[in-house]
Design a protein around this ligand. Structure first.
Ligand code: DAK
Length: 260
């Protein structure tokens, strides 16, 4: 697939995925969603890639939402199709076996905030502005916003943000736990890559199983969740990397994980 709205780059063990429609503040149209879906395929099958950084092109926006110009003209059927596509893509990203760090380099609104919330970790710059302004457009958040925001920041805060459509700054986003860290705009990508590289240096199967256990555990009761944790814990002992990690510790040497 020829990519016109997304840039996919590899740097060692990490992939950097950039949404590249800066003239429309990286708004998500159908084509961009399809390209993100394709990039997920590529990242999934590339065994060298162990973590992903997702960001937006330009200095103004991560993603300023779903593409309003495209949505404006949609029929009910097209709207439903668009919603299904977005939800599928975001869910695939959330379930991707490799961790995804969103580097929020500016406006992170509507579908952009929802995209960021489908990622594992969010880092903001001091210029980041976050919100779910959909009610001001006569719609509800449709790419998981009504579900993921409450899971991340809690019910009361999610309801306030969604009912008012208000846009908050990076410090407030940090205070409510929507982003993990706020850094200077010029260091955002470096910080996100550094974090991705720290993760990529761990045992990849263990990291991936942690992601699955955390995600699955958040959707179920504690007993089922703990039983799943025991299952994945056991699974680690069938990996070469568990032997390598523990042997390297005992032998006081650097570990050399093989993703096996
Ligand atoms: N869509 C399309 N174009 C956009 C856009 C968007 N979301 N956001 C900005 N742009 C375009 C602008 O139209 C403008 O294009 P030109 O006029 O230059 O051609 C260009 O980007 C620069 O934007 P501005 O000139 O407006 O820049 P400012 O600095 O003055 O303002 C802003 C920046 C971010 C405050 C403003 O652009 C803005 O308010 N943008 C819209 C933000 C927004 O409301 N986002 C939420 C979109 S609703 C669904 C599932 C999900 C969704 C919908 C349906 N289904 C289940 C079906 C999700 C909905 C949303 O995300």
């Amino acid at each position: 697939m020829e990519l016109t709205n997304i840039i996919l780059e590899k740097e060692g063990k990490i992939a950097i995925v950039t949404i590249n429609r800066p003239k429309a503040l990286n708004a998500l149209n159908s084509e961009t969603l399809k390209e993100i879906n394709y990039v997920i395929d590529e990242v999934e099958k590339d065994e060298e890639i162990l973590a992903v950084v997702l960001t937006g092109a330009g200095e103004k926006a991560f993603v300023a939402g779903a593409d309003i110009s495209e949505m404006k003209e949609m029929s009910t059927v097209q709207g439903r199709k668009f919603g299904i596509l977005g939800n599928q893509v975001f869910r695939r990203l959330e379930n991707l076996e490799k961790p995804v760090i969103a580097a929020l380099n500016g406006f992170t609104l509507g579908g952009g905030c929802e995209l960021a919330m489908a990622c594992d970790i969010r880092i903001a710059s001091t210029k980041t502005k976050v919100g779910q302004p959909e009610v001001g457009l006569g719609i509800t958040p449709g790419f998981g916003g009504t579900q993921r925001l409450a899971r991340i920041v809690g019910l009361g805060m999610a309801k306030e943000l969604i009912y008012t459509g208000k846009i908050i700054g990076a410090d407030e986003a940090f205070r409510i736990g929507l982003v993990n860290k706020v850094v200077a705009p010029e260091t955002l990508l470096t910080e996100a890559k550094a974090l991705a590289n720290i993760i990529a240096a761990q045992a990849p199967i263990a990291v991936s199983l942690c992601k699955a256990a955390i995600n699955k555990g958040m959707q179920t009761d504690i007993d089922t969740a703990l039983s799943y944790e025991s299952e994945v814990f056991g699974e680690c002992f069938s990996t070469e990397d568990q032997k390598e990690g523990m042997t390297a510790f005992v032998e006081k040497r650097e570990k050399n994980f093989k993703n096996r």
